[in-house]
Each structure stands twice: as structure tokens, then as C-alpha cells.
Design a protein around this ligand. Sequence first.
Ligand SMILES: CC(C)(COP(=O)(O)OP(=O)(O)OC[C@H]1O[C@@H](n2cnc3c(N)ncnc32)[C@H](O)[C@@H]1OP(=O)(O)O)[C@@H](O)C(=O)NCCC(=O)NCCS
Length: 198
Amino acid sequence: MDHFLTTARLGFRCWREDDLPLAAELWGDPIVMALMGGPVAPDRVKARLAQEIVRMRDLGIQYWPFFLLEGGRFAGCAGMRPREHPAADDGRSYQMGYHLLPFFWGQGIATEAALAVIDHAFGSLGVEALFAAHHPLNIRSANVLLKLGFVAVGEELYPPTGLMHPTYRLLRGHNAGSLHCDSLFPMEKTVHDVKQPD
Ligand SMILES: CC(C)(COP(=O)(O)OP(=O)(O)OC[C@H]1O[C@@H](n2cnc3c(N)ncnc32)[C@H](O)[C@@H]1OP(=O)(O)O)[C@@H](O)C(=O)NCCC(=O)NCCS
């Protein structure tokens, strides 16, 4: 498997065009998407997958898909995207997110995946701050963010739900803990080298 990042249980790779069935399984799932504006319609999943692939090409980031090292099952995705409304003092910052298939909830996998993303962002990619937000009712996601050391900084409008979502920030050097991640294929590009979002 072409993993660029691994944890004790997970391997991350980049999305590919032939991943449409995996993307549809995840983003088309009404339970996964319940608090993020609802399931993505089949004809929109392809566009969302294409957007992830373009972000990786242009910015060196995406919501990378991850797989169980044991057995290779697809479990979800975790990663970063540009912030929609970055403030002037945000520095080099991105929005972090994670989506896990329901079968894998309650096993610490989301936190393990997010820790790997944080290590990769603050390490190889040279990111200065990560932001994250969740639907006001998404207690599970709030729990993950607090375990990771994110600090509440306010609320931001999340257009897909039309609601103000509690928003958090994690500054480089302030993460709760580091997990041992093996960067098998460290990406040579850092976010300093690539185009920043407008
Ligand atoms: C949000 C989401 C990722 C949270 O997933 P999760 O499985 O609840 O989160 P975790 O990986 O942290 O696992 C949590 C629980 O696993 C349990 N667990 C079992 N085995 C474990 C292990 N080996 N290590 C750590 N925790 C373990 C713990 O009890 C932990 O709960 P606690 O922190 O209250 O003790 C998931 O609900 C999801 O994908 N939702 C849909 C998409 C979504 O809403 N994304 C976020 C958008 S803001």
C-alpha cells in the first residue's frame, strides 16, 4: 500500500480518481453526514473527490483517506482544507476535519487519525495553526477536539448547515500529545512552497 503516513493502526494515502466507491460510501452515508449538512448526492460525490485531488496537487493538503493496517479496510478520512474566512492574524493555518465510517466509531480511531494529521501538519508541512469546528450537537467531535488540546475560540457560520458552529484552534507546540507516526514518504513540498488559498 502506498501509505505516506502510518499510526499504530492506520495507514494514510492520497485520494485517487478510482476511489469513487470509497468516497460515496463515506460522504453518501446519512449517519456520517448527519451533522454536516446531510449526505452528499451521488452526482456530487465525484465533484467532491475531484476537489480533494486538486487540493493535494495545488496545496499539498486534502482530507486523506485512511485504512486499517490490519486487513486494509477503508475507515474514513482526516486532513486539512483551506479556511473559508481566515482572519488576518491566523498565520499559516488550515481547517482540520475527520470523517469516520460508523462501524469504526468508539474505538479511538478518529483521535488517532487526527493526531497523525496534526503531527504531519506541524511537522513536515510547517503549518502554524489548525482550526476545527463542529455542529453544536456534535458531542463526539467536540470530545475529539478537546482530547487533542484544541481550544474554543468562538463560532463560525458553516454554510452547509446554515448554523454557527463552535470553532477551535490549536497552535503549533500546543498539541496535547504526539503519537509516533512514520512518514514513509515524507512529502517534499511544504505549505510554504505551495500556493496559499485566496
Ligand atoms: C466525530 C467522529 C469522528 C468521532 O469518532 P469517535 O469514534 O467518537 O472518536 P474517537 O476516535 O475519539 O473514539 C472515542 C471513544 O473510543 C473509545 N475507545 C475505544 N478503544 C479506544 C482506544 N484504543 N483508544 C482510544 N479510545 C478508545 C473511547 O472510549 C473514546 O471515548 P472517550 O474519549 O469518551 O473515552 C465520528 O463520530 C464521525 O466520524 N462522525 C461523523 C463525521 C463528523 O461528524 N465529523 C466531524 C465533523 S466536525
